[in-house]
Design a protein around this ligand. Structure first.
Ligand SMILES: [Zn+2]
Length: 331
């Protein structure tokens, strides 16, 4: 099976956004360590809007100059050492600014579809260019910020113009609508790869785009209770390494603690202990691809340990791969 370990490379977007050191640089250096020790490569979906904002303010604020240099150096290092660097868009950076002490993050336009079509095209083009300039490589895979990419019809033209041909945002049965978020993958095909044209949850065998969905798994409420209790009992092992807080997602926690939830296969925190179970489940379905999502900011010491065990155990049995290795035509 092809296993994609994918990481959304970003700070937090809540009121406490955390620091670049703890949310991004340190946890990513741990991922680099694992990758090099076991000779596997991972996929990083980089929040380009943040890099643009750092660039905009760095001449004014020395701390941001430091953040900018450290992040862009790490991204170049990742790309040069064979990790995938691909496009992650959080367009709320368009409306956010630095006040001299912290980022004032305005998430009223959190989704790309909250913008009009010419704005969308400008954002996709500008954000993609950040990565092309940093890596010198082809950028063709997308992961939507907060999984919000519907209705995709509104984004389609901008993606085609920018040669973004692969998406890896859908997770089957995922569904959430709130003030900021909106995604509905309840009807997505039970497949590990398919083509689509207008909407990523609707297969179209002749479609222009390839969907490589994030693998999904059903979690019991017990799992989430354990997660919260473990976090309280042993924060050293289970506390996220990132030092910020996620933006609010009303109702999500209560739902997870009271009913079965379909979730992404994920390497964040306690979720990492489900990796083996997920492989067994996907093998039973005869799937060839497993996409695991994670965030450097949400990794814990526990999840880093679990990920390393998982890689060690599976590196000979499975193919840890990247979108570039699998889909790039002119390589
Ligand atoms: Zn994100």
């Amino acid at each position: 099976m092809n296993i994609y370990i994918t990481l959304d490379y970003e700070i937090y977007f809540g009121e406490n956004h955390g620091t670049v050191d703890k949310c991004i640089l340190y946890p990513t250096s741990e991922l680099i360590r694992i990758a090099e020790k076991h000779d596997v490569r991972f996929c990083f979906f980089v929040d380009c809007g943040f890099i643009l904002k750092l660039d905009e303010y760095r001449k004014q604020f020395p701390q941001l100059e430091k953040d900018y240099t450290a992040i862009t150096d790490q991204i170049k290092y990742l790309s040069h050492s064979g990790h995938d660097v691909q496009l992650h868009i959080h367009p709320h950076w368009e409306d956010s600014y630095y006040n001299g002490e912290r980022w004032i993050i305005d998430v009223r336009r959190y989704k790309l579809i909250d913008f009009n079509e010419p704005e969308i095209e400008a954002i996709v083009t500008k954000y993609k260019k950040v990565l092309t300039d940093l890596t010198g490589k082809e950028i063709f895979t997308y992961r939507a910020g907060g999984w919000c990419l519907q209705p995709f019809r509104k984004l389609k033209k901008a993606f085609q113009k920018n040669n973004i041909t692969v998406d890896s945002s859908v997770f089957r049965k995922g569904f959430y609508v709130s003030e900021n978020y909106s995604y509905d993958f309840r009807n997505a095909p039970d497949k590990d790869i398919y083509q689509f044209e207008d909407e990523p949850e609707i297969e179209n065998t002749n479609g222009y785009f390839t969907e490589v969905p994030i693998s999904s798994i059903r979690n019991s409420p017990l799992f989430f209770w354990k997660l919260f209790l473990l976090g309280r009992k042993n924060p050293y092992l289970h506390k996220p390494l990132g030092d910020g807080r996620a933006m609010p997602a009303p109702g999500q926690r209560k739902k997870m603690l009271t009913q079965y939830t379909d979730c992404t296969v994920c390497v964040d925190g306690y979720n990492a202990h489900l990796l083996d179970r997920a492989v067994r489940k996907l093998k039973k379905k005869k799937f060839d691809n497993m996409v695991v999502i994670g965030h450097p900011k949400a990794l814990s010491r526990y999840s880093i340990q679990k990920l390393e065990e998982f890689v060690e155990k599976n590196k000979m049995k499975h193919n840890f791969t990247t979108y570039s290795k699998m889909f790039q035509k002119n390589k």
